[in-house]
Design a binder for this molecule. Structure first.
Ligand code: AMP
Length: 619
């Protein structure tokens, strides 16, 4: 293990913040490696407990207490990320990102044990289908835990990175099949001349190993109903016990063909213990879960269709997520692709290891690898327009995608629109994310009004609408009246960031209070009232104005983008001839000047020019 004296770059780690389990990894001796907990665990359950002394406990001990202290523990918080709904834990109201921050703080303590206390950078992964809100909540969780969140990347991209390092010379297509505890994600990833690109991605964030556990709980419960005429699922503790046993049985069935089940006490009937003594075969288990597994294979077909390829085009299938240890999963993959999937990276660790690879690319620890990672937009993003309906009339509410799903990012796209009525002087730009042709079925990201359009009764006024989507999944939308040059824009993250500054500080305070309260016995009732009232006020405030819209650009986002471009230009220098190097140097100089100045309009133009110049140099 390194200590921070002999590390020549800033500590930056990769984190898999999972629904069921979480893990952290770093680059050590040029290779991604897991960072272990003090107990030697490579992954920890994503479970938080506030014990009877108000100590915050995260991981295996918290998971063990789930049954005994359901009101004091929270699991699977990832499913709630991005929702403005507090969860209750030990009588306290915490937002999902605050609970996730507690998990990340635990992981940070393992990192601190190696590198020393203080700020650390992190790359954190999310499922490909996470919305902007979910990505922002994840970033915020990282910040609350004391990380500088360098980048949020898609889990399949991270997984491909974990498998990809040794294969930079060959061009190939991979399929990443990721079946974890609570999510399923499948992606086609292309490796071309060291450039790693996600071509297409889809998934189901409500499907995973937990569902298989519940199928087994139902199977065992029905046996108990048959034999003892009592349904253990009506008893919360019995259900929790069966769920825990079900997971153990499931895991054993990945190795054995038959597993005995001996549970003398599941519940109580007429003051008598009720239990179960039976066995379950792998075939029976497959019968219970096959419908769900076939659903995942339908997603596989659909992602191949999205990427416009057939199974034969896939060189390798990479298995990620603990549930891919189930032999039936491997069988189904083998049947579809006529080849065995690759299992040489531990499926529980691949995402964290890949995030560490991304972190290493960022820090320079892997600058010799020749690998560059790009990503895709997980949803189509566009605006509301008038749309022909049944070939008859034009109706409002049609969806016009400007950045289609699976477009490689970062990306800037402009669409030309026209005013729809004679003399029209303003246009409402409503921004949506989703795949449906009508916006009401998609997810609304925001709206702004471009006013001051000259009243034109002779012809349409032209409006350019530009979408810019960066590697952190942050969207900037601007609209410009072509005849006057007047422009307005909104940055989705920035609007929320400024609105939520107060909320962020409140979160920091709540987490500090949690630690302060440790080892004290508090009056739970008082806490409940105070916290819920405060939370309600806070949520009311946050909803008031979701977007702060003006002509000003958000400095943070533009600067971040400029700095990323500068880094890319610096990295490219080594590969370029003298002429190319001189061009790259010019790009770096103009970026430096624009970053140092305070003319944001100029900065944006320089970013556009630099992007074009670097793309030309890369080709
Ligand atoms: P992950 O989210 O990748 O950490 O995966 C966790 C899920 O994998 C949980 O639902 C585990 O029960 C499941 N899992 C772990 N090991 C096995 C195994 N040997 N067989 C079947 N499922 C497993």
């Amino acid at each position: 293990m390194p200590n921070h004296e002999n590390v020549h770059f800033r500590p930056i780690v990769g984190i898999d913040l999972g629904t069921t389990n979480s893990a952290v990894a770093h680059i050590h001796n040029g290779k991604p490696e897991m960072i272990l907990s003090p107990k030697g665990e490579r992954i920890i359950p994503s479970v938080v407990l506030i014990d009877l002394k108000n100590n915050v406990i995260v991981g295996e001990d918290a998971r063990s207490a789930l049954v005994a202290m359901p009101d004091r523990s929270v699991s699977a918080i990832k499913r709630k990320m991005g929702l403005n709904e507090p969860v209750s834990i030990a009588g306290q109201a915490l937002l999902p990102q605050e609970v996730s921050a507690l998990i990340l703080q635990e992981l940070k303590s393992y990192v601190d044990a190696i590198y020393g206390e203080g700020e650390k950078e992190a790359v954190i992964t999310v499922p490909a289908y996470f919305t902007d809100e979910q990505r922002r909540a994840t970033k915020q969780a990282g910040e609350l835990a004391g990380f500088v969140v360098e980048r949020i990347i898609n889990e399949p991209t991270a997984a491909a990175l974990a498998f990809g390092l040794e294969h930079t010379d060959e061009d190939r297509l991979f399929l990443v099949y990721d079946l974890g505890g609570g999510t399923f994600d499948v992606s086609v990833v292309e490796m071309m001349s060291g450039l790693l690109e996600v071509r297409a991605s889809t998934g189901n964030h409500r499907l995973g190993g937990e569902d298989f556990d519940w199928k087994l709980v139902d199977f065992l419960s029905e046996k108990i109903v048959e034999e003892s005429d009592i349904d253990p699922r009506n008893d919360i503790r019995a259900t929790a016990l069966l769920k825990e046993e079900a997971e153990k049985i499931k895991m054993r069935l990945s190795k054995d063909f038959v597993v005995p089940v001996e549970l003398p006490l599941v519940t109580v009937k007429d003051n008598e213990p009720v239990g179960i003594s039976t066995e379950i075969t792998r075939e029976q288990f497959v019968g219970l879960i096959d419908g769900l597994l076939l659903e995942t294979m339908e997603s596989v077909s659909s992602v191949l269709k999205d990427a416009q390829i057939s199974p034969a085009d896939i060189e390798e299938v990479l298995l990620v997520g603990g549930s891919t240890r189930i032999p039936r999963v491997r069988e189904l993959i083998q049947d579809m692709f006529a080849k065995s999937p690759r299992t040489d990276v531990n499926p529980d660790e691949a995402v964290a290891l890949g995030a560490a690879v991304q972190a290493g690319l960022k820090s320079g620890a892997l600058s010799d690898s020749g690998l560059v990672a790009t990503d895709v937009a997980p949803f189509s993003m566009g605006i509301s327009v008038l749309k022909e309906w049944m070939g008859l009339t034009k109706r409002p509410g049609g969806f016009a995608p400007i950045i289609p799903r699976n477009t490689t990012i970062p990306v800037t796209r402009t669409e030309k629109l026209g005013t729809s009525a004679p003399g029209q002087t303003e246009v409402a730009i409503e921004i949506f994310q989703g795949e449906h042709e009508w916006v009401k079925y998609n997810h609304r990201l925001g709206e702004f009004l471009l006013s001051g359009i000259p009243a034109n009764f002779d012809k349409q006024e032209e409006i350019d609408v530009t979408f810019r989507y960066n590697l952190n999944g942050i969207l900037e939308v601007s609209a410009k009246c072509v005849s006057t040059g007047k422009e307005m824009s909104v940055i989705v993250q920035d609007g929320l960031q400024r609105d939520s500054q107060k909320a962020f500080q409140e979160s920091v305070q709540r987490l500090e209070d949690l630690w302060k309260n440790a080892d004290q016995d508090l009056d739970d009732e008082e806490l409940i009232d105070a916290d819920w009232e405060e939370m309600e006020d806070l949520l009311d405030d946050t909803e008031l104005d979701e977007f702060d819209i003006d002509n000003e650009q958000a400095p943070s986002v533009l600067h971040e983008e400029a700095v990323q471009l500068r880094e890319r230009a610096v990295k490219m220098m080594a590969e370029l001839d003298a002429d190319g190097q001189s061009k790259a140097r010019q790009v770096i100089n103009s970026l430096d000047q624009a970053i140092a100045g305070d003319d944001l309009e100029h900065l944006r133009n320089v970013i556009d020019e630099a992007t074009d110049a670097l793309i030309d140099l890369e080709l």
